[in-house]
Every structure is written in structure tokens, then in C-alpha cells.
Ligand binder design. Structure first.
Ligand code: PFF
Length: 446
């Protein structure tokens, strides 16, 4: 006999789990380097606009669809539109879960190993922070080893079940991460020469924007909010029908955005003050933040705590990625949770190996970029925006906006979705994504 589907034990448990999924490497590692490589403030403004007019409505929509169907990403579309091909949207999400987690776990492995590097003293004052980073990611074995450790822990938590595993860790982690980021901001903005970084982060120059960077802002918004791939559908499916959606969604989006914006204030002033290049790419946070720690009294302690928190933040996101795939196999194919977690976890681990190696140990390019970058490009520019676009069309036109709005408002708290929601989900969201994808992809390949 199949065990009954789990439910979150409280409203707080859901917010923490969903915010735990949203807040992760995307807010610190990825946010800082895409802002850095896309010219700074103008990109941040576009990102914030996308969060407000696409991110929030999509968050409400995905959680609502999940809560309505109480099914995984694919099963939700099957339940709400039986005998139609709409389940393919869920399948795209499952594919995105595979793709994202494979490189995400590699980066999470960097964070874990930086925890040990910090304690071991190889990141003290005067260290060659850039050299250490490049040396680390381009070596063959060490990053794969940490990737394996990280995947093993992720898989273990998901095998044990979502509800118990997640709720407890996030309750302590999130406030701690917040406090530590604030300490970093205070140190960073008071470094001599920090002003240039603050200007880069806050003073927009819209001529820096290209269609490619606007598509990047949309992709980053989806990534950081865990949208466009059925993750919030899956987490919403463990809500009881009595739980609120619009307020919870606002909390998740608000917390996630706050962490990213604060992280920018920790990173960019230091980048300029310490003479780094904001466009340095994927290493930005891993190069800059250790340099800031080295400037703090008891920097080793703060640094170690920070990388520990970053690793746990990555973990609460990684489990949500794995859960998307595992929930599908449990619901649709009656796999046991253990079997699904182990087999899928292993496959994702294997896909992460070439991703890690492509950063220097071996030369492995696809579409002119290292395989690692290709996977990130695939999710950012294609899978997540496309998944979001199709989900919006589904909620707005197929299941219909009226029904989605009413379902979202059922047992709501303070926020009530009005006709503005219909306009956003039917027209604004899908048209904006379609335009940005079209011009962004043309821009990328021309
Ligand atoms: N939102 C996570 C982050 O910002 O690190 C990454 C992520 C988790 C993306 C879950 C997608 C997802 F479904």
C-alpha cells in the first residue's frame, strides 16, 4: 500500500521550505556574477521589475496549481487538463531539475570546500584569492569529490522525506545567513574606495543593457525564485487546501529578493575597493568574499560560518530540485522514495562530472562554451523562461485566469488577487517572456 502524501505541518513550515528553496547559491554566487557581467545597476533594475511583474504572479500561480492538484509537476498538468499534451510543461520542469542540480551541486561543493579552506588558513590576508579559486575549480578530483559529498547528503534528506528534513534546518539557517550578510555589508561598504562599487551597483547606465542581458535578468529571476520548472508546484502540492497562497508567495519573493540585494552590497563595494574586476564571472563571490573576510577581525571565524551557511542554503535549494524529479516518480510510477532518490541522485551526480571537468581539467565545449556554462545557459535562457511562459499560458488561458485566481484566493490571508492578476498572467507575463526570449536568443547567437 502506498503511504499517504505528506503535508507541511504548518504555514511557517511551508514558507521556510519554499524560501529555503528560493534562497540559495542563486542569491549570492549567481546574482553577483550576472550583475557583474551585465553592467551593474541597470541590470538590477530590470531584475527587480521582472520580480514584481513576472516573479510574484508566477509564484502565486505555481503554488496554486500544486495546492489544487496535490500532485508532482507532471501530474498537476495531467490532473488539471486530462488527455491533453500540457503535461509536457511538467516534463520540461523535470528535465530542468536534472540539468540545474547537476551543476548546482558542483558549485555547492565549492562552498563546502571553501569552508575547509578557510579553517585551514589558505585564505588569510595576502592570499592570491583569484589563483586559489581558479586552481580549485580547474583541478580534476577535488571538486568532484565535494560534489559527490553534497549529492549524497541531498539524496539522503530527500530519501527521508521532505517535510521533516527541511523544516528544521531552515528555521535556524535563514536568520543566521541574514545576520552574517549584514556584517559583511558593514565591512564592505566601509573599505576605502568602496564608493565606486556602490555607484556600479546603484547608478544605472541603460546603454549597458542588451537583449541578451535582459533575457539574463528574466532567467535569473526564475532561477532565484525556483520558478518555471515545477518546483513551486511540487512544494505547493504539500499544502493543505486550508493554507493561504497570496501572502505566503509574497513572503517567499520578499525574502529571496532581500537576500540577493543585500548580498550585492556585501560584494560590489569590496570588488572595487580591493581592485577586482566585477565582470570576472563565476568566481566573483568566491574571490571577493574571502578577501573581505581577510580584512575582518576574527575573519577566519566569520568566513567559516559564512561558507557553512552558504552550503546549507545551497542544500535547502538542492533538495527542492531533487524533489521535483523524485515526486514525479513516486506519484506516477509508484517508485518508493528511497529508490527514486538513490537512482536519480546518482544520475545527476554523473551529469555533474563532465560539468565540473569542463572548467579546466579537460576541454569539453558545447555551442562554443564549456559544458558547465552550456548547462547554465540552457536553463537560464531556454528551460526556465519557456517553462514559465507555458505555465502562464496554461493558468491564464487553458485552466483560465478566473479559475486560477479563485483557487489562489481560497482561504487567503491579507492579500487578495484582483483582476490585475488576470491581466498579468494572461497577457503581460507570457508576452514579456516571449519577446525577451526571442530577442535575447537572436542577440546571443548573432
Ligand atoms: N532558487 C535556487 C537558488 O537561487 O539558489 C536555485 C533553484 C532551486 C532553482 C530550485 C530552481 C529550483 F527549482
Amino acid at each position: 500500500m502506498k503511504a499517504p502524501r505528506e503535508l507541511w505541518t504548518s504555514k511557517v513550515a511551508f514558507i521556510l521550505a519554499a524560501a529555503g528553496s528560493a534562497v540559495g547559491l542563486g542569491n549570492i554566487w549567481r546574482f553577483s556574477y550576472v550583475v557583474g557581467t551585465n553592467g551593474g545597476a541597470a541590470f538590477v533594475i530590470i531584475y527587480l521589475i521582472v520580480i514584481a511583474i513576472i516573479g510574484y504572479p508566477m509564484m502565486v500561480t505555481e503554488v496554486t496549481l500544486g495546492r489544487k492538484a496535490h500532485k508532482n509537476a507532471i501530474g498537476t498538468f495531467k490532473a488539471l487538463a486530462p488527455n491533453t499534451p500540457w503535461w509536457i510543461v511538467g516534463a520540461l520542469g523535470v528535465l530542468a531539475g536534472f540539468v540545474i542540480l547537476s551543476f548546482y551541486s558542483v558549485v555547492a561543493g565549492w562552498a563546502v570546500s571553501y569552508f575547509f579552506k578557510t579553517i585551514g588558513g589558505s585564505l588569510g590576508a595576502g592570499a592570491d584569492f583569484g589563483g586559489v579559486f581558479v586552481g580549485h575549480i580547474s583541478s580534476a578530483w577535488t571538486p568532484i569529490l565535494w560534489h559527490a559529498v553534497f549529492m549524497a547528503v541531498t539524496l539522503g534528506i530527500i530519501a527521508a522525506g521532505v517535510v521533516k528534513g527541511i523544516s528544521r534546518s531552515v528555521r535556524i539557517l535563514m536568520p543566521a545567513l541574514f545576520v552574517l550578510l549584514i556584517i559583511l555589508v558593514l565591512r564592505s561598504i566601509t573599505l576605502p574606495g568602496a564608493g565606486a562599487g556602490i555607484a556600479f551597483y546603484l547608478r544605472p547606465n541603460f546603454s549597458d543593457l542588451t537583449w541578451q542581458s535582459i533575457l539574463g535578468a528574466v532567467g535569473q529571476a526564475f532561477f532565484t525564485l525556483s520558478l518555471g520548472m515545477g518546483c513551486m508546484i511540487t512544494y505547493g502540492s504539500y499544502l493543505s487546501d486550508k493554507d493561504d497562497v497570496p501572502d505566503n508567495a509574497a513572503w517567499i519573493v520578499g525574502l529571496d529578493t532581500a537576500v540577493a540585494i543585500i548580498a550585492g552590497f556585501a560584494i560590489f563595494p569590496a570588488v572595487f575597493a580591493l581592485g577586482f574586476d566585477p565582470g570576472a564571472g563565476a568566481g566573483l563571490a568566491f574571490i571577493t568574499l574571502p578577501a573581505v573576510f581577510a580584512e575582518l577581525p576574527a575573519g577566519v571565524l566569520f568566513g567559516a560560518v559564512f561558507f557553512l551557511l552558504l552550503s546549507v542554503a545551497a542544500l535547502t535549494s538542492a533538495i527542492s530540485l531533487l524533489e521535483v524529479v523524485v515526486a514525479w516518480l513516486i506519484d506516477e510510477y509508484n517508485w518508493t522514495r528511497t529508490k527514486a532518490s538513490v537512482i536519480i541522485g546518482l544520475l545527476i551526480f554523473l551529469l555533474g562530472i563532465p560539468a565540473s571537468l569542463s572548467l579546466g581539467a579537460v576541454s569539453f565545449n558545447i555551442a562554443g562554451m564549456p559544458f558547465f556554462d552550456f548547462l547554465d545557459f540552457l536553463q537560464e535562457s531556454i528551460l526556465l523562461p519557456l517553462g514559465g511562459l507555458l505555465t502562464a499560458v496554461f493558468a491564464g488561458h487553458v485552466w483560465t485566469a478566473n479559475k486560477t485566481r479563485e483557487a489562489a484566493n481560497t482561504n487567503r490571508g491579507k492579500i487578495q488577487l484582483g483582476s490585475w492578476y488576470d491581466v498579468l498572467i494572461k497577457y503581460v507575463v507570457p508576452i514579456a517572456i516571449a519577446v525577451v526570449m526571442l530577442f535575447g536568443l537572436i542577440d546571443t547567437f548573432s
